[in-house]
Every structure is written in structure tokens, then in C-alpha cells.
Design a protein. Structure first.
Length: 267
């Protein structure tokens, strides 16, 4: 706890004071390399919160990509953000959280109102613009957080945005391909030892606790290993059925999460 407070004072706070204003300008003006500092910030947060990230596979970089992932805790965001240059799709409530919402906006997070079906169209259009410009987005397709052991059915509504992009850019010469990439997240070790099912469930986001309680729990936790596995990219066609291809991503993520929880080796 003391070491983390020292790290906060001498590393994170100076970062906030010096680099956050620069990041604000880069984001507002949409200048190149805007996504470099958020990744560095996530690496600092990983150290601060005691998160050790194990990466398997690699994020697709050649083409605009929608990464379709499971979701366990807000540690997921730190783990993914520290190893890939991406933006997130998040629930609109986060935008109102003190500081967290501001920082999320600096990373060009796309906010969606889940309680309004009408917002799906607006979100899909914003996702389409981001993908068309060559960006990479992470969609937590379960629509909420899970236990880390079981994967809930993936929702296909926002996955459909990628097909809208393909139909639009397909009219242009030299249009780039679009990719879907399954992304599996699992909490595999505590202090270097394999994690039990009960311990894993305790690391999941506690919806009944306040933000402060969750932060306190993380600050006082041991070193957690988070395994992030980038699956084989899927090259969709503009006329593919979004429900079928979303199910394909769900099956791959479920398979990978089970393997990660069992500490199986990957070639």
C-alpha cells in the first residue's frame, strides 16, 4: 500500500499534471499519435494496481479492427489498454464518473446508452466512422461484467456496425478490409500462484459496491496476473449475418477463457 502511494505521488500525479493537458490537445485536434500516451498511462496504472499482463497472440494492426471481448472487471480496461492501441465502447454512465469519465473521453471512448434501443443506431454510426478512419475498437459483447468463469451470450447489435462500414467503404476504390478479432480475458494467478474459482469470482466487478469500495479492494489486493489472448482475426463479408458471426466470436472467446482458466499452454 505504501509503495503504491509513493508511485502515485512521484509517477502518476506528475503524469496528470504534465501530460494530460497535452493529451487533451491531441485528442481535441485529432492529431497523429494521440493514442501513444493513453497506452503509457495504462502501463503506469497496471503497475500501480498490481496488474501483471500476460499477452497471447497479437492485436491486428494492418486493418481496422473490432475486438469482441468478454468482460470481468475494470482491470480488463487497464490490461488491454496497456498492450494495444485501441479505444473502448463503454456504457454512458461512465462518462459521468468523476475523473474516470474525463480520462475515458481523452482516449476517444464511444459511449452507449444501453437502456435506449434508439441509441444503438447512433453508436453504430460513430463506431463506423472510427473504423473507417482506421481505428481499433474494443466491444465488451456480453453487455456487462461476468464472473470470469462463465461467458454470457454475446450481443450482436453493435457488432453489426462493421458491416455498415464495409458496405460504405466498398463503394470506394482501394477500400481497406475490416476485421473482427475475438479477445479473451481471464484472471489466472495471484502472487504467481494459480487462482481458484472462488478467488476469480471475488475479482469480478462487484455491482453492489461503490466505486470507492472497488478501488480500495484493488489497492489492497495482491499482484494479479491477467491473461489477454488475441484470437485469430475473422474477415467478414458485407453480407454476413451479424448474429452468426457474433456467435462465432463468442464460441472462440469461451473456448479461450476455459483454456486460460485451466492454465493450458498455447502454441
Amino acid at each position: 500500500m505504501i509503495l503504491r502511494l509513493i508511485f502515485l505521488v512521484f509517477v502518476l500525479l506528475p503524469y496528470f499534471i504534465i501530460l494530460i493537458p497535452i493529451q487533451f490537445i491531441l485528442t481535441c485536434l485529432n492529431l497523429p499519435f494521440w493514442n501513444i500516451m493513453p497506452r503509457l498511462f495504462y502501463k503506469f496504472l497496471a503497475i500501480f494496481f498490481g496488474i501483471k499482463v500476460r499477452v497471447i497472440g497479437r492485436a491486428e494492426k494492418k486493418y481496422p479492427t473490432l475486438l469482441v471481448a468478454n468482460h470481468i472487471s475494470w482491470r480488463d480496461i487497464i490490461a488491454i489498454g496497456s498492450v494495444a492501441k485501441i479505444s473502448f465502447i463503454a456504457k454512458s454512465e461512465i462518462k459521468k464518473w468523476p475523473l474516470v469519465g474525463f480520462l475515458a473521453s481523452l482516449q476517444k471512448t464511444i459511449f452507449v446508452t444501453r437502456t435506449k434501443r434508439s441509441d444503438t443506431k447512433r453508436t453504430s454510426e460513430e463506431m463506423a466512422k472510427r473504423l473507417e478512419s482506421g481505428g481499433a475498437l474494443v466491444l465488451f459483447a456480453e453487455g456487462g461484467t461476468g464472473s470470469g468463469t462463465h461467458i454470457r451470450p454475446f450481443r450482436s447489435a453493435l457488432v453489426g456496425a462493421i458491416f455498415g462500414v464495409m458496405k460504405e467503404v466498398g463503394k470506394k476504390s482501394g477500400a481497406k478490409k475490416m476485421m473482427l478479432q475475438p479477445l479473451a480475458i481471464a484472471y489466472t494467478k495471484v502472487q504467481g500462484l494459480p487462482i481458484s474459482r472462488i478467488e476469480r469470482s471475488k475479482l469480478a466487478w462487484d455491482k453492489s459496491a461503490s466505486i470507492g469500495d472497488n478501488i480500495s479492494q484493488i489497492l489492497n489486493s495482491n499482484i494479479i496476473e491477467v491473461s489477454v489472448k488475441f484470437g485469430e482475426p475473422i474477415i467478414p463479408n458485407a453480407n454476413d449475418d451479424r448474429k452468426i458471426i457474433t456467435k462465432q466470436c463468442e464460441i472462440q472467446v469461451r473456448k479461450d477463457v476455459v483454456a486460460l482458466n485451466r492454465n493450458e499452454k498455447f502454441s
